[in-house]
Write a protein that binds this ligand. Structure first.
Ligand code: SF4
Ligand code: SF4
Length: 226
């Protein structure tokens, strides 16, 4: 019989509700998006996902979400079939009513974690948070990692320690994402920024997972945030 994770979605949402930082980062980054929306809330830029358990909870509690149709981006149809093929079968591609209608308590885990993901070392340790490098040029948070609150970091790790234990397929998915990140950063001859579970910030060698402690203020800034 297939393994079925035992996830209590309202409990996960309640425990992972703190904002990333004091600033309203969406108000900052939206100035640089021609649509005027925060980049991570613009369906033309980022398509959210939800665990099937999240969708079962959300569809009975809010009208905020629907399963992705593919026609939600007015300027450019979304290639739903291609995205579906790249999405694990325990997830749904989703679309919301947009930032003007956001209901914070019904944000998916993918909204809450953005731009971060758990970083898992080559020898299988979830040591902290790293970010989605595809968004370096647009996401203000990535250029301001010093602003990420300790509370957000703690909540993120508390949730993902549980989620990745309960849901081994999610663990595998983040393991391979971390592996992709190592390959990408090796090619770029860069080190990976990690907000570590010990509270410090490190640059990690993608070849060896060796950590060098740094001041978060010294990390690079990108795009318009330089
Ligand atoms: S997380 Fe990044 S992309 Fe999303 S609203 Fe904040 S700055 Fe913008
Ligand atoms: S639910 Fe809110 S946070 Fe999530 S994508 Fe929609 S507007 Fe953004």
């Amino acid at each position: 019989m297939a393994y079925k994770p035992n996830l209590n979605i309202p409990d996960l949402y309640a425990r992972f509700a703190s904002p990333i930082c004091e600033q309203d980062c969406g108000d900052i980054c939206r100035q640089y998006n021609p649509s005027g929306k925060p980049f991570c809330c613009d369906i033309c830029v980022a398509v959210p996902v939800a665990l099937k358990e999240e969708w079962a909870y959300l569809k009975t509690n809010t009208k905020l979400w629907h399963r992705l149709r593919g026609d939600e981006c007015p300027c450019d149809p979304i290639d739903k079939e291609k995205m579906q093929a790249e999405t694990p079968n325990y997830m749904h591609l989703m679309a919301c009513l947009g930032p003007a209608h956001c209901e914070r308590e019904y944000r998916t885990l993918s909204c809450r974690q953005f731009p971060f993901s758990p970083y898992i070392t080559a020898d299988d340790r979830l040591i902290g948070l790293t970010y989605n490098w595809d968004f370096e040029q647009v996401c203000w948070v990535i250029s301001n990692l010093a602003q990420v609150s300790d509370q957000y970091r703690r909540e993120f790790l508390d949730i993902y320690d549980q989620l990745l234990f309960e849901h081994p397929s999610e663990y595998d998915s983040y393991y391979w994402l971390s592996e992709d990140m190592r390959e990408h950063f090796i090619k770029k001859r860069r080190r990976i920024p990690v907000l570590h579970r010990d509270g410090n910030t490190y640059l990690l060698s993608p070849k060896t997972d060796r950590l060098t402690r740094v001041s978060p203020d010294s990390l690079p800034k990108f795009g318009p945030y330089r």
